[in-house]
Design a binder for this molecule. Structure first.
Ligand SMILES: NC(=O)c1ccc[n+]([C@@H]2O[C@H](COP(=O)([O-])OP(=O)(O)OC[C@H]3O[C@@H](n4cnc5c(N)ncnc54)[C@H](O)[C@@H]3O)[C@@H](O)[C@H]2O)c1
Length: 346
């Protein structure tokens, strides 16, 4: 075997958890948000395409590729809202980073935990530009796998320290309260979405349901709030009543993908929206005033995963938080692939 060209670093779920905890959840989220912000500033460099989705009655499987010309990344991710009933996650993911120059993968990693972190980091990054400056109180509707990550990112990056939680399943809210105890939040469990939004300057909707749901109706949305809409991310899977959208200034990741998958699938295809990267790069305004309703219509875009992959690759260097995976065939003579197979007979 020549050199170690067969080896690709692999980050398992176990090692991802060790890495995140060694760095610290808050520092990890901040570092991830900084990597995403940096890549959003160089948005125009990237290959961009709406993700490739394979829909079924139960859910969706998606591939999310992008490249900055030097490095290529993709994520495999599913979304199956009924999975939790069989003990499975709604969302699982893994991803690859590769060298554009030779096409060789440079990293293979779990991305279920990493997706929750990058989604939360992206939401908080958007809110940094869009939410009211003095925001302290956030409603979180949908208290499943993503919820605590969202809370942590908003506390770390925006100083949110009061949470109003609601889920149709009380057990999910109780799980959140248990997990977030001692992490610096004042938490109120709410019996309805209407109760949860009372006094909240930021409303995060992060439910899972494969339908056009109405988690928020128009009358619940007062002036001046920021909505972080995370759970509506597939055709026919939305969370907000369309009247809310008509009163909001809407910010999206990559508009061709969001028009297919986001809340704005409910609007005319030419309804004005602003891509978040333009706000971050200083080409467009974020929040303009105290009365404005801002909506981050989040669906999750490939560049965020690219940023997360490169952040993890940088952070595992010099640590033991990865394994060496024998992933790539590497015969001594590159064209003698068949000979290598024969020689393996011993
Ligand atoms: N935008 C993104 O980048 C992104 C990334 C990851 C996940 N998501 C989406 O976020 C959503 C949540 O993901 P998850 O992993 O936390 O799922 P999950 O299944 O673990 O949790 C979803 C929670 O929503 C609750 N819920 C469902 N309908 C509700 C309703 N009408 N009112 C209140 N609560 C309700 C469920 O009881 C459950 O506790 C999913 O729809 C997923 O596809 C989006």
């Amino acid at each position: 075997m020549q050199g170690r060209l067969n080896i690709v670093p692999f980050v398992s779920v176990d090692n991802m958890m060790k890495l995140v905890l060694a760095i610290g959840i808050e520092r990890f989220l901040t570092g991830l948000a900084a990597a995403i912000e940096e890549d959003f500033r160089r948005w125009e460099l990237f290959d961009k395409t709406p993700r490739i989705a394979s829909h079924s009655a139960e859910g969706v499987i998606e591939l999310m590729p992008t490249s900055d010309g030097t490095t290529y990344g993709f994520k495999y991710v599913n979304g199956h809202p009924r999975n939790t009933r069989q003990g499975r996650q709604t969302v699982t993911a893994f991803g690859v980073l590769a060298d554009v120059g030779n096409g060789y993968p440079m990293l293979l990693t779990e991305m279920t935990i990493l997706t929750a972190l990058r989604t939360a980091a992206t939401s908080a990054l958007a809110a940094k530009y869009l939410a009211p400056k003095d925001a302290r109180v956030m409603a979180v509707i949908g208290n499943g796998a993503q919820a605590e990550f969202q809370a942590m990112a908003f506390r770390t990056m925006l100083g949110i320290d009061r949470l109003r939680l609601h889920d149709i399943d009380r057990a999910a809210t109780e799980k959140c309260i248990r997990n977030l105890a001692g992490l610096g939040f004042d938490i109120t469990a709410c019996g309805s979405a209407a109760e949860a939004v009372q006094g909240a300057q930021i409303v995060t909707t992060v439910t899972a349901d494969k339908q056009n749901a109405t988690i928020l109706t128009d009358n619940l949305v007062g002036r001046g709030i920021h909505i972080n809409g995370v759970g509506g991310d597939c055709p026919g899977k939305t969370e907000l009543h369309p009247d809310i959208l008509l009163r909001s200034d809407i910010f999206v990741e990559y508009s061709p993908q969001t028009r297919i998958e986001g809340e704005i699938q409910q609007l005319a295809p030419d309804h004005p929206v602003t891509e978040l990267w333009r706000v971050i790069a200083g080409h467009a305004e974020g929040r303009r005033g105290a009365d404005q309703i801002t909506l981050f219509d989040s669906v999750g875009f490939a560049i965020e995963d690219f940023s997360a992959l490169r952040y993890v690759r940088e952070r595992i260097a010099g640590t033991g938080f990865f394994e060496e995976l024998d992933l790539l065939a590497d015969p001594d003579e590159p064209r003698d692939l068949f000979g290598m197979l024969l020689r393996a007979q011993g």
